[in-house]
Design a protein around this ligand. Structure first.
Ligand SMILES: [Fe+2]
Ligand SMILES: [Fe+2]
Length: 258
């Protein structure tokens, strides 16, 4: 699993989260397309309206047509990145960045003095848009599985409900990036699956340089606060990931997270 994580971080073709592989030719095309998209975002004055699905084959597939079914010839093949309006992509990632910072602030507030300190991270800055998107996909899908794990442990119903409000947003993040990378919205189909604690730790560990005195995420949680602190570690990581990379690839500022 660590290898999967590292592959995703490096923008490798071996994106094996659900066994799919990307055609090298498609990857090369994507890289060219992404460079073009980045330039387009930089000159937002010519950006298309947010949320508009840009047809791969202009004149054949539009957002309106998509509802009725895009012609097979216009569909990207599995593993090929979807082609969306650059501004829509930028805005989605900027929203996700804000959400992650809000999650940090919320969980820190809920834990008060028991909140773990922010870890020191490493390897956060991504070398390419492809690496950024692939790592985002792993992070977001990990978040969904981790919150499902937490939901199975949390005892206090009020805390569970608050965690659920974050879980559903993480699932939106995951669904978005899964679709952007032309993967199934839900990697497990109709029912999500929780991850094991060890699995979550394995995926997060390559990014953690120091816990700065915070609790060991591998330790078995003893109470709801332990679960929240486990979630806070992931939220710190996600917030850092987007705070570093969203401005790099899309511009914009860095939201504070308390
Ligand atoms: Fe989050
Ligand atoms: Fe997220």
């Amino acid at each position: 699993m660590i290898n999967r994580w590292r592959s995703a971080r490096e923008g490798s073709e071996e994106d094996t989260e659900d066994g799919a592989r990307q055609d090298p030719r498609s990857a090369a095309l994507d890289l060219s397309r992404r460079k073009l998209l980045q330039r387009s975002v930089a000159v937002a004055a010519v950006a298309a309206p947010a949320g508009v699905l840009v047809a791969r084959n202009l004149g054949q597939a539009t957002a309106a047509h998509a509802g009725a079914g895009i012609a097979a010839a216009a569909r990207p093949s599995l593993g090929e990145r979807a082609s969306l309006a650059p501004l829509a992509v930028a805005q989605a990632f900027q929203q996700i960045q804000q959400h992650e910072n809000d999650h940090v602030t919320f969980i820190k507030g809920a834990l008060g003095s028991k909140a773990r300190p922010k870890p020191t991270f490493k390897g956060i800055e991504q070398p390419s848009m492809a690496a950024f998107e692939n790592t985002s996909r792993v992070l977001e899908n990990t978040g969904v599985g981790a919150y499902l794990l937490g939901a199975s442990i949390i005892k206090d119903k009020n805390i569970l409900l608050k965690a659920a409000t974050i879980l559903t947003v993480e699932a939106r993040h995951a669904g978005w990036i899964n679709v952007l990378l032309n993967q199934p919205i839900s990697p497990f189909g109709s029912f999500d699956q929780q991850l094991s604690q060890a699995e979550v730790v394995n995926r997060a560990s390559p990014f953690i340089a120091s816990l700065n005195g915070g609790p060991d995420p591998s330790a078995a949680p003893q109470n709801d606060n332990d679960v929240l602190n486990f979630a806070l570690l992931l939220e710190f990581l996600e917030a850092e990931f987007y705070n570093v990379n969203v401005p790099k690839f899309f511009g914009g500022g860095t939201p504070g997270n308390g």
